[in-house]
Design a protein around this ligand. Structure first.
Ligand SMILES: Cc1ncc(COP(=O)(O)O)c(C=O)c1O
Length: 381
């Protein structure tokens, strides 16, 4: 439990990877196609297209939807920076809406307040694996004719009334980074129900080739293909995903019950009908007499992994305060002055959270040790 995350790799992954390498299959092929087929079935989407990572999945989604330069894309700042950077790749302008204090996900009312004639797209992020309020977001998108790209990079297994996240909007993006609920090491997936969009994204990720491959190219594309040995890992991981999610849920529920008992701590609220995929458990300190750094130190002293994650939200990252001034699109696009952006809820949560392990590799004794540590630390203040 020293580690916040730990890939769950067994002989099954190792043997399929070995078989794949022995067959000299390195380039996207049978494993990748099977992974796409099974992932599409798992999430309930018509198409799944594997990619080199989750960032590339977001990049492809934006480019697939033809989001042009200068267009405003509303998202949240309490996330991994890739969510915002992907918007910039094609000249889009990230507009950060504040989050809801109970979910840490984008607050739909704050989205609505930021819509201008330049807004064309919303990128809700299912942060820590908790589905965002998709019903409200879909209503806003419909009213204002906006497209939706779901950043489900942290939310394999997240559902709303049984429907998997990533399938509510026009397109959904997943990451298989080494810490995620299922992994390939580096890897990702785009899902959509739109046939035309799927064809375009398949082409964009493969140098603009058509379905027959070869050396005929139709679009300016990229090489965002997933290596075949990594697809082999993903295939086994996907088949193990329900079991790994069940273990995460058990661990998270125990630890969350302790968090809820302690007056000075809070956790994400899970609305009725919503399935949290429990990628991350990050309690928020409510009582200023406890310092996040001290708490993390106390947990480390007890052999428990802990860290701040998004303590610097995107709008306060040097990337958006300074780096954006030298970004190639800055000559053509009017970015806001991000130093003037104020997101009180985002900033409060960013400064008061810390992560504790809930991954499927921890034992029930270790879960109990985490519960005891939280009780000791937060009852002693
Ligand atoms: C919310 C979010 N968006 C995007 C990404 C980018 O995914 P990747 O690291 O696979 O490029 C991540 C992953 O780490 C993420 O957590």
């Amino acid at each position: 439990m020293k580690y916040i995350a730990q890939p769950q790799i067994s002989e099954e992954e190792i043997s399929l990877v070995a078989h794949t390498i022995r067959s000299k299959s390195f380039v996207e092929g049978e494993n990748a196609r099977t992974l796409e087929k099974e992932f599409a079935t798992y999430v309930g989407a018509k198409h799944a297209i594997c990619t080199v990572n989750g960032t590339a999945a977001l990049h492809l989604a934006l480019e697939g939807l033809n989001i042009p330069p200068g267009v405003e894309v509303i998202t949240s700042a309490f996330t991994f920076i890739a969510s915002a950077n992907a918007i910039c790749f094609g000249g889009g302008i990230p507009i950060f809406a504040d989050i809801d204090p109970s979910s840490f996900n984008v607050d739909p009312e704050k989205i609505e307040a930021l819509i201008t004639p330049k807004t064309k797209c919303i990128v809700p992020i299912h942060i820590f694996g908790l589905p965002a309020n998709m019903k409200a977001i879909l209503d806003i998108a419909e009213d204002h004719k906006l497209t939706i790209i779901e950043d489900a990079c942290q939310a394999h297994g997240g559902r709303i009334d049984g429907k998997h996240v990533g399938t509510f909007g026009d397109v959904g993006c997943f990451s298989f980074y080494a810490t995620k609920n299922m992994i390939t090491g580096e890897g990702g997936m785009v899902v959509t129900n739109n046939d035309e969009l799927a064809t375009r994204i398949r082409s964009l990720k493969n140098h603009g080739r058509g379905p027959s491959g070869g050396y005929h190219h139709h679009l300016i594309g990229y090489n965002f293909r997933l290596a075949e040995p990594l697809a082999a890992i993903g295939l086994i991981q996907l088949r193990k995903l329900p079991k790994m999610l069940e273990q995460r849920r058990k661990n998270a529920e125990m630890i969350r019950s302790t968090i809820m008992e302690l007056d000075s701590l809070n956790a994400q609220t899970i609305p009725t009908g919503v399935t949290h995929s429990h990628y991350i458990c990050a309690p928020v300190i409510q009582d200023p007499k406890f310092s996040v750094d001290e708490v993390i130190k106390e947990l480390h002293n007890r052999g428990i992994g802990s860290r701040r994650i998004y303590s610097v939200p995107c709008h306060q990252q040097p990337t958006y305060l300074d780096g954006i001034k030298t970004w190639r699109w800055n000559k053509f696009v009017n970015y806001p002055d991000y130093s003037k952006v104020r997101l009180p809820v985002t900033e409060r949560i960013a400064h008061s959270h810390f992560e504790v392990p809930i991954h499927p590799g921890i034992t029930s004794d270790e879960v109990a040790a985490i519960q005891n540590a939280l009780k000791e630390i937060f009852s002693s203040g």
